[in-house]
Design a protein around this ligand. Structure first.
Ligand code: TYM
Length: 328
Protein backbone atom coordinates (compact mmCIF):
# COMPACT_ATOMS: atom_id res chain seq x y z
CA UNK A 1 0.00 0.00 0.00
CA UNK A 2 1.39 3.42 -0.91
CA UNK A 3 1.22 6.17 1.69
CA UNK A 4 -1.23 9.06 1.35
CA UNK A 5 0.23 12.08 -0.42
CA UNK A 6 0.46 15.52 1.19
CA UNK A 7 1.14 18.72 -0.77
CA UNK A 8 1.50 22.29 0.42
CA UNK A 9 3.43 25.47 -0.33
CA UNK A 10 4.37 28.99 0.69
CA UNK A 11 4.91 32.00 -1.54
CA UNK A 12 8.37 33.58 -1.39
CA UNK A 13 6.84 37.04 -1.26
CA UNK A 14 8.22 38.08 2.13
CA UNK A 15 9.66 36.78 5.38
CA UNK A 16 7.87 33.83 6.97
CA UNK A 17 5.94 34.73 10.11
CA UNK A 18 4.48 32.78 13.02
CA UNK A 19 1.10 32.73 11.25
CA UNK A 20 2.66 30.66 8.45
CA UNK A 21 4.36 28.51 11.04
CA UNK A 22 1.42 27.89 13.40
CA UNK A 23 -1.21 27.78 10.63
CA UNK A 24 0.67 25.55 8.23
CA UNK A 25 4.33 24.55 8.51
CA UNK A 26 4.09 23.08 12.02
CA UNK A 27 1.40 20.75 10.75
CA UNK A 28 3.47 19.79 7.73
CA UNK A 29 6.22 18.66 10.06
CA UNK A 30 3.79 16.41 11.95
CA UNK A 31 2.28 15.02 8.77
CA UNK A 32 5.64 13.67 7.62
CA UNK A 33 4.91 10.62 9.77
CA UNK A 34 2.84 8.20 7.75
CA UNK A 35 2.51 10.31 4.59
CA UNK A 36 4.54 11.02 1.49
CA UNK A 37 5.02 14.79 1.55
CA UNK A 38 5.76 17.41 -1.10
CA UNK A 39 6.48 20.92 0.12
CA UNK A 40 6.94 23.52 -2.54
CA UNK A 41 8.21 27.10 -2.63
CA UNK A 42 5.66 28.62 -5.00
CA UNK A 43 7.70 31.29 -6.75
CA UNK A 44 5.37 31.50 -9.76
CA UNK A 45 2.57 32.51 -7.41
CA UNK A 46 4.77 35.26 -5.98
CA UNK A 47 5.12 37.01 -9.36
CA UNK A 48 1.38 37.59 -9.61
CA UNK A 49 2.34 40.87 -7.93
CA UNK A 50 5.57 42.77 -8.73
CA UNK A 51 8.74 41.29 -7.19
CA UNK A 52 12.37 42.29 -7.34
CA UNK A 53 14.04 39.44 -9.32
CA UNK A 54 17.17 39.20 -7.18
CA UNK A 55 15.21 39.28 -3.95
CA UNK A 56 12.73 36.70 -5.25
CA UNK A 57 15.52 34.25 -6.09
CA UNK A 58 17.17 34.76 -2.68
CA UNK A 59 13.87 34.49 -0.78
CA UNK A 60 13.04 31.26 -2.59
CA UNK A 61 16.21 29.67 -1.15
CA UNK A 62 15.68 31.24 2.26
CA UNK A 63 12.19 29.81 2.49
CA UNK A 64 13.39 26.35 1.51
CA UNK A 65 16.02 26.65 4.27
CA UNK A 66 13.35 27.74 6.73
CA UNK A 67 11.21 24.69 5.91
CA UNK A 68 14.15 22.55 6.99
CA UNK A 69 14.91 24.73 10.03
CA UNK A 70 11.27 24.25 11.12
CA UNK A 71 11.62 20.48 10.94
CA UNK A 72 10.81 19.45 7.37
CA UNK A 73 13.13 16.53 6.74
CA UNK A 74 14.73 16.59 3.28
CA UNK A 75 15.56 12.88 3.58
CA UNK A 76 11.90 11.89 3.84
CA UNK A 77 10.14 14.75 2.10
CA UNK A 78 10.37 16.31 -1.34
CA UNK A 79 11.24 20.01 -1.12
CA UNK A 80 11.19 21.84 -4.44
CA UNK A 81 10.67 25.10 -6.26
CA UNK A 82 7.50 25.43 -8.33
CA UNK A 83 9.18 27.02 -11.38
CA UNK A 84 11.62 24.08 -11.57
CA UNK A 85 8.70 21.90 -12.61
CA UNK A 86 7.28 23.24 -15.91
CA UNK A 87 4.29 20.88 -15.77
CA UNK A 88 2.66 23.32 -13.30
CA UNK A 89 2.45 25.94 -16.06
CA UNK A 90 1.18 23.56 -18.74
CA UNK A 91 -1.39 22.04 -16.45
CA UNK A 92 -2.63 25.52 -15.55
CA UNK A 93 -3.38 26.30 -19.20
CA UNK A 94 -5.49 23.17 -19.55
CA UNK A 95 -7.37 23.90 -16.34
CA UNK A 96 -7.85 27.53 -17.44
CA UNK A 97 -9.74 26.23 -20.42
CA UNK A 98 -12.27 24.31 -18.31
CA UNK A 99 -12.67 26.75 -15.40
CA UNK A 100 -15.69 29.03 -15.75
CA UNK A 101 -14.96 32.71 -15.05
CA UNK A 102 -17.84 32.70 -12.60
CA UNK A 103 -15.89 30.38 -10.29
CA UNK A 104 -12.90 32.73 -10.24
CA UNK A 105 -15.15 35.75 -9.67
CA UNK A 106 -16.19 34.22 -6.36
CA UNK A 107 -12.65 34.02 -4.92
CA UNK A 108 -12.57 36.26 -1.87
CA UNK A 109 -8.78 36.45 -1.68
CA UNK A 110 -8.65 37.97 -5.16
CA UNK A 111 -11.27 40.52 -4.18
CA UNK A 112 -9.30 41.43 -1.06
CA UNK A 113 -5.94 41.61 -2.84
CA UNK A 114 -7.18 43.46 -5.90
CA UNK A 115 -9.34 45.85 -3.88
CA UNK A 116 -9.88 49.10 -5.71
CA UNK A 117 -7.17 48.21 -8.26
CA UNK A 118 -9.32 45.58 -9.96
CA UNK A 119 -8.66 46.94 -13.45
CA UNK A 120 -4.91 47.29 -12.89
CA UNK A 121 -3.87 44.05 -11.19
CA UNK A 122 -2.40 41.27 -13.32
CA UNK A 123 -4.35 38.51 -15.04
CA UNK A 124 -1.98 36.21 -13.10
CA UNK A 125 -3.41 37.38 -9.79
CA UNK A 126 -6.89 36.53 -11.02
CA UNK A 127 -5.75 33.14 -12.28
CA UNK A 128 -3.74 32.40 -9.13
CA UNK A 129 -6.18 29.74 -7.79
CA UNK A 130 -5.97 27.75 -11.04
CA UNK A 131 -2.18 27.54 -10.73
CA UNK A 132 -2.74 26.39 -7.16
CA UNK A 133 -5.11 23.67 -8.40
CA UNK A 134 -2.36 22.47 -10.76
CA UNK A 135 0.15 22.35 -7.89
CA UNK A 136 -2.12 20.11 -5.90
CA UNK A 137 -3.66 17.90 -8.58
CA UNK A 138 -0.42 17.05 -10.41
CA UNK A 139 0.70 14.97 -7.42
CA UNK A 140 -2.51 12.97 -6.86
CA UNK A 141 -2.63 14.69 -3.49
CA UNK A 142 -4.79 13.34 -0.67
CA UNK A 143 -4.26 16.08 1.95
CA UNK A 144 -3.41 19.78 1.81
CA UNK A 145 -2.45 21.25 5.21
CA UNK A 146 -3.11 25.02 5.12
CA UNK A 147 -4.39 27.97 7.12
CA UNK A 148 -8.01 29.06 6.93
CA UNK A 149 -7.46 31.61 4.14
CA UNK A 150 -6.73 28.84 1.62
CA UNK A 151 -9.85 26.72 2.17
CA UNK A 152 -11.79 28.36 -0.65
CA UNK A 153 -8.90 27.72 -3.06
CA UNK A 154 -8.89 24.04 -2.16
CA UNK A 155 -12.63 23.82 -2.69
CA UNK A 156 -12.07 25.34 -6.13
CA UNK A 157 -9.33 22.77 -6.75
CA UNK A 158 -11.84 20.00 -6.03
CA UNK A 159 -14.37 21.62 -8.36
CA UNK A 160 -11.79 21.82 -11.17
CA UNK A 161 -10.79 18.17 -10.64
CA UNK A 162 -14.41 17.08 -10.68
CA UNK A 163 -15.17 19.06 -13.80
CA UNK A 164 -12.15 17.61 -15.61
CA UNK A 165 -13.13 14.09 -14.54
CA UNK A 166 -16.70 14.68 -15.71
CA UNK A 167 -15.61 16.06 -19.10
CA UNK A 168 -12.75 13.68 -19.90
CA UNK A 169 -13.09 10.66 -17.61
CA UNK A 170 -11.67 9.84 -14.18
CA UNK A 171 -8.19 11.45 -14.08
CA UNK A 172 -7.68 13.44 -10.87
CA UNK A 173 -8.00 12.54 -7.22
CA UNK A 174 -10.05 14.92 -5.06
CA UNK A 175 -7.84 16.43 -2.35
CA UNK A 176 -8.93 17.38 1.13
CA UNK A 177 -7.88 20.51 3.07
CA UNK A 178 -6.43 19.90 6.53
CA UNK A 179 -6.99 22.92 8.77
CA UNK A 180 -6.22 22.88 12.48
CA UNK A 181 -8.83 24.22 14.90
CA UNK A 182 -6.43 26.60 16.65
CA UNK A 183 -3.88 28.64 14.72
CA UNK A 184 -5.64 28.49 11.38
CA UNK A 185 -5.93 32.27 11.41
CA UNK A 186 -3.33 34.14 13.45
CA UNK A 187 -4.17 37.83 13.52
CA UNK A 188 -1.96 40.90 13.17
CA UNK A 189 -0.60 42.08 16.53
CA UNK A 190 -1.26 45.75 15.85
CA UNK A 191 -4.62 45.24 14.16
CA UNK A 192 -6.36 42.08 15.38
CA UNK A 193 -9.17 42.64 12.86
CA UNK A 194 -6.73 41.64 10.09
CA UNK A 195 -4.83 38.40 9.63
CA UNK A 196 -1.08 38.40 10.09
CA UNK A 197 0.35 38.74 6.60
CA UNK A 198 3.70 38.75 4.78
CA UNK A 199 2.60 41.75 2.78
CA UNK A 200 1.42 43.92 5.68
CA UNK A 201 2.92 47.42 5.64
CA UNK A 202 3.51 47.58 9.39
CA UNK A 203 6.36 45.45 10.81
CA UNK A 204 4.74 45.72 14.27
CA UNK A 205 1.91 43.42 13.23
CA UNK A 206 3.93 40.33 12.36
CA UNK A 207 6.47 38.20 14.20
CA UNK A 208 8.90 36.84 11.65
CA UNK A 209 10.44 33.45 12.28
CA UNK A 210 13.88 35.08 12.16
CA UNK A 211 13.09 38.00 14.48
CA UNK A 212 15.56 38.47 17.33
CA UNK A 213 14.22 38.19 20.92
CA UNK A 214 14.31 41.98 21.42
CA UNK A 215 12.12 42.59 18.37
CA UNK A 216 9.74 39.84 19.52
CA UNK A 217 9.42 41.41 22.98
CA UNK A 218 8.84 44.85 21.56
CA UNK A 219 6.11 43.69 19.19
CA UNK A 220 4.28 41.58 21.77
CA UNK A 221 4.46 44.22 24.52
CA UNK A 222 2.86 46.70 22.10
CA UNK A 223 0.22 44.28 20.79
CA UNK A 224 -3.27 45.75 20.69
CA UNK A 225 -5.66 44.27 23.29
CA UNK A 226 -8.72 45.78 25.02
CA UNK A 227 -9.49 47.65 28.22
CA UNK A 228 -11.05 44.69 30.05
CA UNK A 229 -9.14 42.82 32.74
CA UNK A 230 -9.99 39.15 32.88
CA UNK A 231 -7.71 36.85 30.84
CA UNK A 232 -10.02 34.41 29.10
CA UNK A 233 -10.33 32.69 25.70
CA UNK A 234 -13.14 34.84 24.34
CA UNK A 235 -13.29 35.05 20.54
CA UNK A 236 -15.01 38.40 20.64
CA UNK A 237 -11.93 39.96 22.32
CA UNK A 238 -9.82 39.52 19.21
CA UNK A 239 -6.46 40.91 20.33
CA UNK A 240 -6.39 38.98 23.60
CA UNK A 241 -7.75 35.83 21.95
CA UNK A 242 -4.97 35.96 19.38
CA UNK A 243 -2.25 36.26 22.04
CA UNK A 244 -3.78 33.43 24.05
CA UNK A 245 -3.99 31.24 20.94
CA UNK A 246 -0.30 31.74 20.22
CA UNK A 247 0.41 30.91 23.88
CA UNK A 248 -1.76 27.78 23.68
CA UNK A 249 -0.06 26.50 20.53
CA UNK A 250 3.49 27.09 21.68
CA UNK A 251 3.08 25.97 25.30
CA UNK A 252 1.01 22.87 24.54
CA UNK A 253 -1.14 23.66 27.61
CA UNK A 254 -4.92 23.41 27.62
CA UNK A 255 -7.11 26.51 27.64
CA UNK A 256 -8.23 25.76 31.21
CA UNK A 257 -4.64 25.53 32.41
CA UNK A 258 -3.76 28.80 30.73
CA UNK A 259 -6.79 30.63 32.12
CA UNK A 260 -6.09 29.43 35.64
CA UNK A 261 -2.37 30.28 35.29
CA UNK A 262 -3.26 33.89 34.45
CA UNK A 263 -6.23 34.24 36.83
CA UNK A 264 -6.00 37.54 38.70
CA UNK A 265 -2.99 38.68 36.66
CA UNK A 266 -2.78 41.49 34.12
CA UNK A 267 -2.16 41.79 30.38
CA UNK A 268 1.42 42.99 30.95
CA UNK A 269 2.27 39.70 32.63
CA UNK A 270 0.65 37.68 29.89
CA UNK A 271 2.58 39.63 27.28
CA UNK A 272 5.88 39.24 29.14
CA UNK A 273 5.46 35.47 29.46
CA UNK A 274 4.27 35.13 25.89
CA UNK A 275 7.25 37.11 24.56
CA UNK A 276 9.65 34.76 26.35
CA UNK A 277 7.77 31.70 25.13
CA UNK A 278 7.82 32.90 21.51
CA UNK A 279 11.49 33.92 21.67
CA UNK A 280 12.45 30.52 23.14
CA UNK A 281 10.30 28.56 20.68
CA UNK A 282 11.81 30.34 17.68
CA UNK A 283 15.39 30.14 18.93
CA UNK A 284 16.13 26.63 17.59
CA UNK A 285 14.58 27.53 14.22
CA UNK A 286 16.75 30.66 13.98
CA UNK A 287 19.87 28.74 14.95
CA UNK A 288 19.27 25.89 12.55
CA UNK A 289 18.49 28.35 9.76
CA UNK A 290 21.81 30.17 10.28
CA UNK A 291 23.64 26.85 10.23
CA UNK A 292 21.98 25.80 6.96
CA UNK A 293 22.62 29.12 5.26
CA UNK A 294 26.36 28.81 5.85
CA UNK A 295 26.44 26.32 2.98
CA UNK A 296 24.31 27.59 0.07
CA UNK A 297 25.18 24.51 -1.99
CA UNK A 298 23.34 22.33 0.53
CA UNK A 299 20.03 23.98 -0.36
CA UNK A 300 20.80 23.96 -4.08
CA UNK A 301 21.38 20.20 -3.92
CA UNK A 302 18.16 19.55 -2.02
CA UNK A 303 16.18 21.65 -4.48
CA UNK A 304 17.79 19.89 -7.46
CA UNK A 305 16.91 16.48 -6.00
CA UNK A 306 13.42 17.70 -5.18
CA UNK A 307 12.87 19.02 -8.71
CA UNK A 308 13.91 15.67 -10.15
CA UNK A 309 11.43 13.72 -8.03
CA UNK A 310 8.63 16.24 -8.53
CA UNK A 311 9.19 16.41 -12.29
CA UNK A 312 8.97 12.64 -12.64
CA UNK A 313 5.52 12.53 -11.01
CA UNK A 314 4.15 15.75 -12.47
CA UNK A 315 5.17 14.81 -16.01
CA UNK A 316 3.27 11.53 -15.77
CA UNK A 317 0.10 13.22 -14.57
CA UNK A 318 0.38 15.92 -17.22
CA UNK A 319 0.83 13.32 -19.95
CA UNK A 320 -2.30 11.54 -18.74
CA UNK A 321 -4.28 14.79 -18.77
CA UNK A 322 -3.05 15.84 -22.23
CA UNK A 323 -4.00 12.48 -23.68
CA UNK A 324 -7.49 12.74 -22.24
CA UNK A 325 -7.98 16.23 -23.67
CA UNK A 326 -6.62 15.25 -27.08
CA UNK A 327 -3.54 17.44 -27.03
CA UNK A 328 -0.52 16.27 -29.00
P1 TYM B 1 0.86 31.87 1.77
O1 TYM B 1 2.25 31.94 1.25
O2 TYM B 1 0.07 33.13 1.85
O3 TYM B 1 0.83 31.22 3.20
C1 TYM B 1 1.44 29.96 3.46
C2 TYM B 1 0.62 29.17 4.45
O4 TYM B 1 0.48 29.91 5.67
C3 TYM B 1 -0.91 30.02 6.01
N1 TYM B 1 -1.12 31.33 6.62
C4 TYM B 1 -1.65 31.51 7.84
N2 TYM B 1 -2.10 30.65 8.76
C5 TYM B 1 -2.56 31.16 9.92
N3 TYM B 1 -2.60 32.49 10.20
C6 TYM B 1 -2.16 33.40 9.30
N4 TYM B 1 -2.18 34.69 9.59
C7 TYM B 1 -1.65 32.92 8.06
N5 TYM B 1 -1.13 33.52 6.96
C8 TYM B 1 -0.82 32.53 6.10
C9 TYM B 1 -1.64 29.92 4.67
O5 TYM B 1 -2.97 29.50 4.84
C10 TYM B 1 -0.80 28.89 3.94
O6 TYM B 1 -1.17 27.59 4.32
N6 TYM B 1 -1.75 30.15 -2.09
C11 TYM B 1 -0.90 29.74 -1.01
C12 TYM B 1 0.34 29.00 -1.45
C13 TYM B 1 0.09 27.83 -2.33
C14 TYM B 1 -0.38 26.56 -1.92
C15 TYM B 1 -0.42 25.77 -3.08
C16 TYM B 1 -0.77 26.05 -0.67
C17 TYM B 1 0.31 27.76 -3.67
N7 TYM B 1 0.00 26.51 -4.13
C18 TYM B 1 -0.85 24.43 -3.04
C19 TYM B 1 -1.20 24.71 -0.64
C20 TYM B 1 -1.25 23.93 -1.81
C21 TYM B 1 -0.46 30.99 -0.26
O7 TYM B 1 -0.45 32.07 -0.79
O8 TYM B 1 0.04 30.78 0.95
Amino acid sequence: MSKPRVFSGVQPSGALHIGNYLGAIRNWVRMQDGNECFFCVVDAHAITVPQDPKRLRALTREIAALYIACGVDPERTVIFVQSHVPAHFEMTWIFNCITPLGWLNRMTQFKEKAGEQREQVSAGLYDYPVLMASDILLYDTDYVPVGEDQIQHIELTRDIAQRFNYLFGETFKLPQAIVQRAGARIMSLDNPEKKMSKSSESPMGTIDLLDEPDAIRQKIMRAVTDSLREIRFDESRKGLYNLLTIYELLSGQSREEIESHFAGRGYAELKRELAELVAESLRPIREKYREIMKDPQYIEDILARGAEKANAIAQQTLRRAKERVGLG
